[in-house]
Write a protein that binds this ligand. Structure first.
Ligand code: PLP
Length: 400
């Protein structure tokens, strides 16, 4: 931290990538009160707070049902289990995402099929999915098979990366034509909207949300939620969440412990009421960056996120494509500005997936994004001075 250099001079701001302490300061009293209430009740698992959270998030996300679970990862895992995805099955998804997207596919014993992204939005490209199906797919009595592996392609799993919904109309059309179920990885996208105000998590068969602390709606630990509109599917998710017992101790399916805690739900309910205000602040911060980086000095150096007209981007991250990413990252670090690379290694070339047979060059846009992008601070509590420091530091780097 830089000290003031002279009396009255401003200290150089320190700008973390995310400042959860600043947010906590604004809600501490209310949060401690609800935590106290849960402690007094000694009801810790799947109680009234979880119920309320499920209903409120489902409604907010324009879904019939919400099923609170233990994390965003477990939301994806239990979604795949509910759709009976297992060995011999395949799931089409993007390699430019957090590991859990592909990791959960592998954990149920299925095979991820990676399709490249749209370089403008970083989201799964419908054209690349269509191309993959044209090359490998074979429809037999309404079910899609992979001609190369013999596996059944069962699910399409788009990710709404950084808080912007993937291009769902063509993806849903492809899914429908090929008998695929759709799981939306909406971990970064609570409240984000597709065309026509349609919300993330309401479009596919199951939506998966994460309340990891760094997400737009973050718990005080791990938490997540599945959404669904089909009551039978919602019921199945609920049963699988608690070991598949229905009634308790009678198991017709094998589930797991994917339950959500009351303490997390109580905290999330407090924060949920503030979510739209925080999102508005993220959008204001994004607009400030958009304007600043449109200046000629940044041309060819910094490309700002592309927001598709008519969408609501909630900016879980503000990710720019930059020239000399590693140099800029270090320069920002030296000026006390936090950044992160989301994500440096696309999933198709992760070591753990080597046996799938992908190689560098298979998803060129994902690989290019992995090499060029940088997330800069966008959190709601970012001050004007902090944001000006980020912009000025980046400007300084490209002046050199
Ligand atoms: C955060 C995240 C997850 C996993 O959520 P956890 O709550 O951390 O388990 C899955 N997919 C994406 C795209 C994410 O960003």
């Amino acid at each position: 931290m830089n000290a003031n250099t002279a009396a009255g001079a401003q200290a150089t701001p320190v700008v973390p990538l995310l400042d959860l302490k600043a947010q906590y300061a604004t809600i501490e009293k209310e949060v401690l009160e609800v935590i106290r209430e849960v402690c007094a009740s000694q009801m810790f698992i799947l109680g009234a707070n979880v119920d309320r959270l499920e209903k409120e998030i489902a409604k907010y996300s324009q879904c019939g049902f919400g099923i609170g679970v233990s994390s965003g990862t477990d939301a994806l895992l239990v979604a795949l289990m509910a759709l009976d995805v297992g060995p011999g099955d395949e799931v089409i998804t993007t390699p430019y995402t957090f590991f859990a997207t592909g990791g959960t596919v592998a954990r149920v014993g299925a095979r991820p099929l990676f399709c490249d992204i749209d370089p403008a939005t970083f989201n799964l490209s419908p054209q690349s999915v269509a191309q993959l199906i044209a090359e490998l797919g074979e429809l037999r009595s309404g079910q899609l098979y992979n001609r190369r592996t013999g596996g059944r392609i069962k699910v399409l799993m788009p990710v709404h990366l950084f808080g912007q919904v993937a291009d769902m109309d063509p993806l849903m059309a492809i899914a429908k034509a090929n008998g695929l179920k759709v799981v939306e990885d909406a971990a970064q996208a609570i409240g984000s909207e597709y065309r026509g105000g349609v919300r993330a998590g309401s479009i596919g068969d199951i939506g998966c949300f994460s309340f990891f602390p760094s997400k737009n709606l973050g718990a005080f630990g791990d938490a997540g939620l599945c959404t669904a509109n089909d009551p039978a599917l919602a019921e199945r998710l609920k049963i699988l969440r608690a070991h598949g017992g229905k009634p308790k101790y009678y198991h017709s399916v094998v589930g797991g412990n994917f339950r959500l805690d009351e303490l997390q739900a109580a905290v999330l309910l407090v924060k949920f009421r503030l979510l739209d205000g925080w999102t508005a602040a993220r959008q204001r911060n994004a607009a400030v960056y958009d304007r600043a980086f449109a200046r000629p000095a940044f041309a060819g150096n910094v490309a700002t996120p592309v927001v598709v007209p008519g969408y609501r981007h909630i900016y879980n991250q503000y990710v720019v494509r930059v020239r000399d990413r590693e140099g800029l990252k270090k320069h920002l670090h030296d000026a006390h500005v936090g950044t992160e690379v989301y994500y440096p290694v696309p999933l198709h070339i992760q070591k753990c997936f080597a046996s799938l047979g992908y190689k560098a060059g298979d998803c060129p846009e994902s690989e290019k994004a992995a090499n060029e992008t940088l997330a800069i601070p966008i959190y709601p509590e970012l001050t004007a001075a902090q944001q000006e420091h980020v912009i000025a530091t980046i400007a300084c780097f490209y002046r050199k």
